[in-house]
Design a binder for this molecule. Structure first.
Ligand SMILES: [Ca+2]
Ligand SMILES: [Ca+2]
Ligand SMILES: [Zn+2]
Length: 391
């Protein structure tokens, strides 16, 4: 599933509201909820909340009465200012949004801590409204250490090159889970997956399952040098569809932590985990046109005629009548092209676990994907931050 992180995150500032939001979304099944449907009804909950990139991150204190915009006057003029500043004409505020909240959002949107022209925060992502402000500049202080890896993200300090999980992200081992940071380290060093505790704590069981999958199945793909952030968010349930999610605006995935873990590994964990990694690969290594191109190779779409510029283009996200001659590894892959790709991603790595294990298709998809990864790998290792800044 590809989902907005909005409803699964917490902020240091407003834990109670966020808990409420969690309760309200758990009704819907995650895997089967389209990206866009997460956005209905959002605006009413618009708050001036900052997404916390890791626990206890230190953000500079910004009062809502910050000097930049002393008084926008009215809700309408505040909205106008936000639209002018961000270029997002879609920006709306709900009935419950106060002028003070808008002023606070507005003030955050002006911030550019390192004066490099890339604003610190955003409240919209590719036309979609977010319920938190999320990082817009991947390196707020321009010290070449990406925000989440940076123990002082707003304080430019020269740090040694990162070769292991930085101290501020280390998962505290517990009596029961004494080996958990060993797992965290292996996941990071061997697979580039950085497990970060967030509103929940990672479980030993899920992290060891993730490590196994990455050492066996993911190893079939070309090496990519990129880092996949994997948060533990409270709000994930125990059923297959609720185990994990990918959040494009954070460029991060999230999985179930200990809160909803019922003591035994969910049989579908491996596939769900790979499915979300598939979404990560889409955003990291493909262009929207690539997505159409591979879908047309498998006759899921007809010849590529349009060249969408956004991954959120309706041609990639809307449900269409399945193509009679198309190859769909699962019923869920008929949902839209993003979900088709992620299901193919799982299929290409573990074809035997599918009802119709067409090995030739799995190989065709995998070699196409490996070409795309190889093409972008050198760029990624050289300039992780600048390539992310384009987002
Ligand atoms: Ca900046
Ligand atoms: Ca930094
Ligand atoms: Zn998905």
């Amino acid at each position: 599933m590809l989902r907005s992180f909005n409803k699964m995150t917490n902020s240091i500032k407003f834990p109670t509201q966020v808990q409420k939001i969690f309760r309200s979304i758990l009704i819907g099944s995650i895997l089967f909820t389209s990206l866009l449907s997460f956005h209905s009804g959002f605006a009413e909950e618009l708050q001036c909340r900052l997404f916390s990139i890791y626990p206890n991150v230190q953000y500079p204190v910004i009062s809502p009465e910050l000097k930049v915009v002393k008084n926008p006057g009215s809700i309408n003029s505040a909205i106008k200012m936000i639209r002018a500043l961000t270029g997002h004409n879609e920006f709306k505020s709900g009935d419950k949004t106060s002028l003070k909240t808008l002023q606070c959002i507005l003030n955050h949107l002006y911030l550019d801590s390192d004066s490099d022209g890339i604003k610190d925060w955003k409240i919209m992502d590719r036309g979609r409204m977010l319920s938190h402000l999320v990082p817009n500049d991947p390196d707020w202080d321009n010290d070449q250490i990406l925000n989440f890896l940076d123990p002082h993200p707003f304080d430019k300090k020269i740090l040694p090159k990162i070769t292991k999980v930085p101290a501020h992200l280390k998962i505290e081992p517990t009596m029961k889970h004494s080996s958990i940071n060993d797992l965290q380290e292996k996941l990071f060093l061997r697979c580039g997956i950085l497990a970060i505790n967030h509103t929940d704590q990672h479980s030993l069981e899920n992290l060891s399952a993730a490590l196994k999958v990455c050492e066996n199945e993911l190893a079939l793909l070309s090496n990519s040098n990129s880092i996949i952030i994997m948060y533990a968010f409270v709000g994930h349930g125990y059923t297959n569809t609720q185990l994990a999610a990918f959040h494009p605006e954070l460029n991060a995935m999230s999985i179930q932590g200990i809160t909803h873990f019922n003591g035994k590994k969910n049989k579908e964990f491996d596939k769900t985990f790979l499915h979300e990694i598939g979404h990560y690969y889409t955003f990291q290594f493909l262009s929207p046109t690539d997505l159409l191109e591979i879908a047309s190779q498998f006759k899921v779409v007809d010849a590529v005629e349009t060249q969408p510029t956004s991954f959120f283009d309706p041609s990639l996200l809307s449900r269409k009548e399945p193509n009679k001659f198309g190859f769909y590894p699962t019923p869920y892959s008929k949902k839209n092209l993003h979900e088709w790709f992620s299901e193919m991603f799982v299929f290409t790595l573990v074809p035997d676990k599918f009802r119709n294990p067409q090995k030739a298709y799995a190989m065709q998809f995998r070699s196409w994907l490996n070409q795309k990864i190889k093409r972008s790998a050198p760029v990624m290792s050289a300039s992780l931050s600048s390539s992310q800044k384009e987002r």
